[in-house]
Design a protein around this ligand. Structure first.
Ligand code: PCA
Length: 213
């Protein structure tokens, strides 16, 4: 099984986006089940997306068409959230609380004119949360990725799948600040970077187990 995992860089007042470090820190292959139990290798293709409407619209469909992953997982920073969150819905809306990195700030604009109002993530959400719990990682299902650029990535991937590859699974994980680079350690919740990385790998492993049958 081939994975595509994307991250984002800095945006708004966020100087350090842990998802940039996460895509750099992922292995080239996910070995699952573990080596002792047969060790299959699943390639992980990683890429960065610009925090812009134009960049995500252009780059993400191109990455999906080029790599044809069986599973796409977008990663983004959700400053202030206390734990890992796997998103349930991508919404057909751009309603930005701050400008993107091009200075563009759409309000109440659909992503796809006449597109579905929402797409539901095709990742196994509950199974991922259970696997996080078993691994001792704090995480939950979130119903919305917001109305900013991360939601655009989730909606764009699910829309692309509905048109080009209905068998592809796609979803999005928001991560909290990494403890190592949290701007206000006394005020903002965070998790150690190693826990964020472990959480991403556990989510990918869960996707392998549930898509094998
Ligand atoms: N988080 C923003 C966009 C990029 C990122 O990492 C969001 O939640 O939309």
């Amino acid at each position: 099984m081939r994975f595509l995992v994307t991250g984002f860089g800095p945006f708004g007042s966020e100087r350090d986006n842990p998802t940039q470090g996460l895509v750099d820190a992922l292995p080239e292959d996910l070995v699952f089940p573990p080596r002792e139990e047969g060790g299959e290798r699943h390639p992980i293709v990683t890429a960065m997306l610009p925090v812009t409407v134009a960049g995500v619209r252009e780059r993400l469909p191109r990455l999906l068409a080029e790599h044809r992953p069986q599973v796409y997982v977008g990663l983004g920073l959700a400053a202030g959230r206390p734990a890992l969150a796997i998103e349930r819905f991508g919404l057909n809306i751009l309603d930005f609380p701050m400008p993107d990195n091009d200075g563009f700030q759409p309000a109440e604009v659909p992503i796809v004119a006449d597109g579905a109002e929402a797409y539901r993530s095709t990742l196994p959400l509950k199974a991922v949360v259970s696997a996080w719990r078993e691994a001792g990682i704090a995480g939950y299902v979130s119903n919305t990725a917001g109305t900013y650029v991360c939601n655009l990535a989730l909606y764009t991937a699910l829309h692309w799948a509905s048109v080009h590859d209905p068998g592809m699974r796609a979803g999005f994980m928001h991560v909290p600040y990494a403890t190592e680079s949290v701007p206000n350690p006394r005020k903002d919740p965070s998790l150690p970077f190693t826990a964020l990385r472990h959480g991403v790998l556990v989510a990918l492993e869960t996707a392998v187990t549930l898509t094998q049958h």
